[in-house]
Design a binder for this molecule. Structure first.
Ligand SMILES: [Zn+2]
Length: 348
């Protein structure tokens, strides 16, 4: 199988952003104007409540989802197909926050299984690809334990100032990585451009919606009602030492390849930064490459592609071993380590 170059895959969301994605990809601003802040890359996941938004399409117009379902072993490899079923257990996005995003969180697998009939939650991770403006930050985790009643009050009253102040403000710069375990409340600050890895769902609980183009009171609780939905929020305190364990990676894996996330991310996804020195070798794996800088070339047993800044490429397992050369930086996104996770096979 050949590596597949992926076209942009954008659709309207309720918050502003996207100009940094246009800039990265070298594309003209889209017809959605300010409200195209995300690009779902190699996605077999649909947006919450939609049948088609979110699905990546191949050159012939068919969906990637259908192609993977027709050949899960070819795309995913036998171990991931066995563990994850016939879709990749991974959603990759480019996300550009043109305004600070609302405070929100995502359910974990247990909550999603019990209340939403879904085997995946939405642990996510951020690889910062760029920032604009002074003092870029992300808001992450309550600074001190938050009582359930107080949280319910802040959300019901949309008391944004005390809600935001209760979270850690974490400065970020290009190249930083942050693991965001399911449940931990967060908000991406204005001007931050991310390569985002997630479990393959679009499940969000909104803690804030005032001033955003969404009716959070009606749509922010996943149809569960806030009393139940707020049960997925991690209300524990995150001090600097605990937060530090979510940041940074594990150092070099092999020449030109750095492992980007702590090992506790392995049951959800894996990420590497490629900086060929002068070659970065790739083992056979379903993977999504996002070139954040420079240019070079990908060669696999199945075929070769030129790579430039903003390119996004899906490498199927059956493309075989590969090599990347050139002066470039790319993020390589991989599904969970099948050895690190219990089966979360999609129910038929
Ligand atoms: Zn999120």
């Amino acid at each position: 199988m050949k590596p597949i170059r992926l076209a942009a895959n954008r659709f309207p969301r309720f918050y502003r952003g996207g100009s940094a994605i246009d800039e990265l990809r070298g594309t003209a601003p889209g017809a959605g104007g300010d409200f195209l802040p995300e690009d779902w890359v190699g996605s077999t996941t649909t947006a919450f409540g939609s049948a088609a938004d979110g699905l990546s399409r191949l050159e012939d117009g068919s969906t990637l989802r259908r192609a993977v379902e027709a050949d899960p072993e070819g795309f995913l490899g036998p171990a991931n197909a066995e563990a994850d079923g016939d879709r990749p257990a991974l959603l990759v996005k480019l996300l550009h926050a043109g305004e600070r995003l609302p405070v929100h969180c995502h359910p974990d697998r247990d909550f999603a299984r019990r209340h939403l009939g879904c085997p995946w939650g939405k642990t996510e991770a951020w690889v910062v690809a760029g920032t604009e403006g002074p003092g870029p930050v992300v808001h992450l985790g309550f600074r001190e334990p938050m009582a359930a009643g107080r949280l319910a009050e802040l959300v019901a009253g949309q008391r944004v100032e005390p809600l935001l102040a209760s979270l850690n403000a974490v400065p970020v710069a290009a190249g930083d990585t942050v693991l965001v375990p399911a449940g931990v409340p967060h908000a991406i600050g204005q001007g931050v451009l991310l390569v985002e890895l997630q479990e393959p769902t679009d499940l969000s609980v909104l803690l804030e919606w005032e001033g955003f183009a969404v009716d959070g009171r009606a749509e922010g609780h996943l149809g569960l009602g806030f009393e139940l939905a707020l049960g997925c929020v991690d209300r524990s305190g995150w001090d600097p030492a605990r937060l530090a364990r979510l940041r940074g990676g594990r150092g070099p894996a092999r020449p030109g390849v750095e492992r980007l996330l702590p090992s506790r991310a392995d049951p959800y996804f894996r990420a590497e930064r490629l900086r060929p020195a002068p070659v970065a070798t790739l083992e056979p794996a379903f993977s999504i490459l996002v070139v954040t800088d420079g240019s070079g070339r990908l060669e696999t047993g199945g075929g070769a592609l030129e790579l430039g800044r903003g390119d996004t490429v899906l490498v199927p397992f059956a493309a075989g071993p590969g090599e990347v050369r050139g002066r470039l930086t790319a993020v390589r996104c991989l599904p969970p380590d099948p050895a690190a996770a219990p089966s979360r096979r999609r129910q038929p």
